[in-house]
Design a protein around this ligand. Structure first.
Ligand code: BG6
Ligand code: GLC
Ligand code: GLC
Length: 920
């Protein structure tokens, strides 16, 4: 026999021997054969270790193997405790210790070493409750809670509860956990597939005695690990052997496929009880294991591993062996008894007591008699041997599994020699002193490079549950603050309908020339393209309205092609004076190589202009951060013509001035005759549409139509949006160069959304919700948070890790909780923007429908602008809002590519044709 150490582990298939060396087990062949089955060789244990490790790694990669394997469930616990957590917590434990439920009152002092003993009470769960309807089980739990709290000097409000629920669950948050399947003798109906936290909350509410907030749910292994005082190394493994068995450990988050996280660690509940690899476990399974499985509540090829280790099954295995030996005449004088014949009659406690080497034959005898058996004098030794064989095997199997976890840790941390503390919990450890010693020695053999210290959990894991609850309570408080902060951004349908109604009113007033924040400027464009061939005629346009105040964008387009777009940064010189600005524009045109040619030119000028004709436009005021002096109140066509003259280099004939919305509508109108609205959502926002001339007070004529530039960016400048404006909008407005102006635009367009987000982030940081409450200089820098970050952060294809990369690039180091919150802030801000924009479009299309007295209007909207085009959800949110608020309009959105340039060229071409016709 080639055995290792004192444990009776054999290297190869061993010859019969006593299952527990050193113990005086009688030698009788049939008994020996029977016990021999419980012995395992070192090779078998190593095979189990290897197979379990493979199964763990497969599950981490998100691949389900063919055999029921370990589950590797993320627990949302990301770090081991700092010891600074404090407060009073109620802990409810269900499922760790068989048919009982435990309630604890735990006080965390926040001071290391200073402990307040918890109060606790255990309640036995009646069998019919364990197997009855789910609601009955949770009502029972709620009753136990009240009963426990009734005798404590605590208030009935504001109690925070940690729920230790020790069954395999899919967790989706610290307080959300769906039961996958019952184990360990529980089988309540209507609970599998449900969120057990919600079921508990509902029951507590039904009970009605206390207002208790269920803040966190944890597996018993996690509670065990989290409550552990660190030993030689950090305590990063929690091991439970109670009714069932399982372990959790801290895994590198980047290795957990389902998490899509690249940094930090996360606690994984292995759920190794379900490990059932036939190849590895088959050879060590006995006839008794198969019988036990067959007779259990969850038979079949599942949970073999747990059924060989868990305390719920050890007594049963002993009973099956004893019954077998009795039947074969080897024990109890060949008599079986009702005890030996009835399932579940031998409990873990009996096994523990009889297996204890210090218990003499008399003690074993007494236990057997208590069990209603009638042992003979020689039976005691054999029964003790049976108990030891069953428990030794359990401890060795458990060691093989723990060795697999240690190998996993060595591998993932790239550490050959590992120093680690394992927190142990559960009655098998507490009551079977030998279990730990067998476990420890076998682990030393299977994982010789690891220096493992085993540390018993504090308060049976209750303290750890309280720790997690404390962290969860802090996070929940943060979430409440986040929700409160974002609540004003979440607009109801009624609020949006009100925006639409106010916009309609402002449009009507503006058209009538009454005081209104909507200027409703006539554009002298009287028709959308009719496809008569104007596109073929020579028209050129130049767009001089930039993406921001620091850039002049120049695009030269003809009606048949677009020159590559050129972007000119503002020169270092002072271009604030009007002369200089327009000289600069002409210089840029010359750089495009257009000098010397006489070209009809359309000037896309994307600012509010009062037009008296196609080629006249008085700039009413700058928007979008432009601020060149002495331009407001001037005809910008004249200013451009003067600059052309001054430069003498180009012969350009400015024939039309065109707002970008109008250009966009016109170019899309060429493709789709239904396109009668132009929309821009870029640096700024604005819309134009075809209005009936009879409604336009400032232009003569009652028939026909005219395109109206609404200049809706200014909507609300009369205070009508103040109900919706948040403190963050006020900050952005105040810091802008035009406070009080363009209030609608400042809630919607690209120039401002990043700034709104930045102000919210600053506020959340000051509340301690974000970035651990640490303000950074970077975040206080204006415009540091670009609107394009919203588009990137909200992009579905980019995971949270990208959010983090973006923010870290900004010098904002953050946790994954931070990243999630920043994402939510961006979503709230851009959603509000899109919905407000949608409410505006709804007002415009409904006006057109009513103008025309139609039951239903089919219409298209030409759209341009970087925010609309680049943001992953903006366009669909606009469309959804329009569908909701203008149900009688069928609206199609068409995106244009430099549409405004082509459209302006088209307007120019038409103007030239008309001029020629008039001349003729
Ligand atoms: C461009 C149009 O595509 O979009 C411009 O040609 C328009 O006329 C612009 O002003 C608006 O978008 P942004 O994002 O550049 O302000
Ligand atoms: C069972 C449960 C598991 C628990 C273990 C120990 O295996 O499925 O969640 O941790 O028992 O109680
Ligand atoms: C600003 C301008 C407006 C323009 C819009 C989109 O709101 O005032 O004229 O159409 O930005 O560029």
């Amino acid at each position: 026999m080639d055995s290792i150490g004192s444990l009776g582990l054999q290297q190869g298939e061993g010859a019969p021997g006593c299952p527990q060396e050193g113990l005086p087990c009688p030698s009788n062949t049939s008994e020996m054969e029977c016990l021999q089955q419980f012995k395992m060789t070192g090779a078998q244990l190593r095979q189990i270790q290897t197979s379990l490790l493979g199964s763990m790694e497969q599950a981490l990669r998100g691949q389900a193997g063919p055999a029921p394997a370990v589950r590797m469930l993320p627990t949302y616990v990301g770090s081991i405790p700092h010891g600074t957590e404090q407060g009073d917590f109620v802990v409810l434990e269900l499922g760790a210790t068989g048919a009982s439920l435990r309630v604890l009152w735990v006080t965390l002092t926040g001071i290391e070493g200073h402990k307040v003993e918890p109060r606790s009470q255990e309640f036995v769960i009646p069998q019919e409750v364990m197997l009855g309807p789910g609601q009955q089980l949770f009502d029972f739990a709620a009753r136990c809670l009240s009963e426990f709290l009734d005798v404590l000097p605590v208030g009935i409000q504001g109690l925070q509860l940690g729920f230790s629920f020790s069954f395999p669950c899919h967790q989706t948050g610290l307080d959300k956990s769906t039961l996958i399947s019952w184990t360990k003798g529980f089988k309540c109906s209507d609970v599998e597939g449900q969120d057990v936290v919600q079921l508990l909350r509902d029951a507590i509410q039904r009970q009605g005695a206390y207002s208790i907030d269920v803040v966190a749910v944890v597996n018993d292994t996690v509670g065990t690990m989290m409550g552990c005082e660190p030993g030689v190394g950090p305590c990063e493994v929690g091991l439970v052997v109670d009714t069932g068995t399982n372990a959790c450990y801290m895994e590198e988050a980047r290795h957990v496929a389902v998490l899509d996280e690249d940094r930090g660690r996360v606690c994984i509940s292995i759920e190794w009880g379900s490990f059932s690899d036939e190849g590895a476990l088959g050879p060590v399974q006995t006839i008794f294991d198969r019988t036990l499985d067959h007779e259990s509540l969850n038979p079949g090829a599942q949970r073999w591993f747990e059924k060989m280790i868990g305390g719920l099954y050890l007594g049963e295995l002993v009973r099956l062996v004893l019954a077998h030996l009795a039947q074969r005449g080897a024990l109890f004088g060949g008599h079986t008894s009702p005890v030996l014949r009835s399932q579940g009659s031998i409990l873990l406690e009996h096994v523990a007591e009889m297996e204890d080497p210090s218990a003499g034959a008399a003690r074993v005898h007494a236990v057997l008699q208590d069990l209603g058996l009638n042992p003979k004098a020689s039976d005691a030794e054999w029964v003790q041997c049976v108990c030891m064989a069953v428990c030794t095997r359990a401890a060795q199997l458990c060691a093989a599994a723990l060795a697999a976890v240690l190998s996993r840790l060595q591998h993932s941390r790239e550490q050959q020699a590992l120093q680690i503390a394992v927190a142990t919990g559960g009655r098998v450890f507490e009551r079977h002193p030998r279990f730990l010693s067998v476990l420890r020695e076998t682990v030393m053999l299977l994982a010789p490079d690891c220096n493992v210290s085993f540390i018993p959990s504090v308060d049976g894991g209750g303290r750890g549950v309280a720790m997690v609850t404390a962290v969860a309570a802090r996070l929940a408080a943060h979430r409440r603050l986040l929700e409160e902060t974002l609540a004003p951004f979440r607009l109801t349908r009624e609020q949006l309908a009100e925006v639409q109604a106010q916009m309609r009113e402002a449009m009507a007033k503006g058209l009538q020339g009454e005081a209104s924040s909507l200027r409703m400027l006539p554009t002298y464009v009287r028709a959308t393209p009719d496809g008569s061939g104007d596109m073929g005629s020579r028209g050129h346009s130049m767009c001089g309205a930039g993406a921001s105040s620091s850039i002049l964008e120049l695009r030269v387009s003809s009606s048949w092609c677009v020159w590559p777009r050129e972007v000119y940064p503002w020169p270092g010189v002072d271009v604030r004076g009007q002369g200089r600005l327009f000289d600069h524009i002409v210089d840029c045109i010359q750089k495009q190589g257009l000098s010397g040619q006489s070209l009809p030119l359309g000037f896309t000028f994307s600012f509010p202009c009062r037009q008296m004709g196609l080629d006249q436009g008085i700039l009413l005021n700058w928007t979008k951060g432009f601020n060149a002096s002495d331009c407001e109140g001037q005809d910008v066509v004249c200013l451009l013509r003067e600059a052309i003259r001054r430069r003498q280099a180009v012969e350009l004939n400015v024939v039309a001035i065109v707002n970008d919305t109008v250009g966009t509508m016109m170019s899309c109108g060429y493709e789709d005759p239904h396109c009668e609205v132009g929309l821009i959502v870029g640096t700024g926002t604005n819309a134009c549409y075809m209005e009936e001339l009879r409604n336009v007070a400032s232009v003569d004529g009652d028939s026909g139509q005219m395109c109206i530039n609404t200049e809706w960016g200014a909507f609300g400048d009369d205070g009508s949006l103040s109900m919706l404006s948040t403190r963050f909008d006020a900050c952005v407005d105040q810091a802008s160069i035009n406070p009080g102006k363009q209030r609608f635009e400042k809630m919607i367009s690209g120039m401002y959304l990043g700034e709104i987000v930045r102000h919210i982030l600053l506020h959340l940081t000051s509340l301690g919700v974000l970035f651990r409450g640490q303000q950074t200089q970077r975040l206080q820098t204006r415009d540091i948070f670009k609107t394009k970050f919203l588009s990137e952060i909200e992009s579905d294809s980019l995971a949270l890790r990208q959010v983090r990369a973006i923010l870290e690039d900004l010098g904002l180091p953050l946790t994954s909780d931070d990243a999630l919150m920043v994402l939510e802030v961006c979503q709230a801000v851009s959603k509000r923007a899109a919905q407000l924009c949608g409410a505006g479009v709804a007002a415009v299309v409904e006006k057109i429908r009513e103008n025309r007295g139609l039951e239903e209007l089919t219409i298209s909207v030409g759209v341009d602008g970087t925010l609309y085009k680049l943001h992953p959800h903006f366009s669909s949110l606009v469309a959804a809002t329009v569908r909701e608020l203008a149900p009688h309009c069928v609206v199609t959105f068409l995106q244009s590519e430099d549409g405004s340039g082509k459209g302006a060229a088209l307007v120019t071409a038409v103007a030239c044709r008309l001029a020629q016709t008039t001349r003729v």
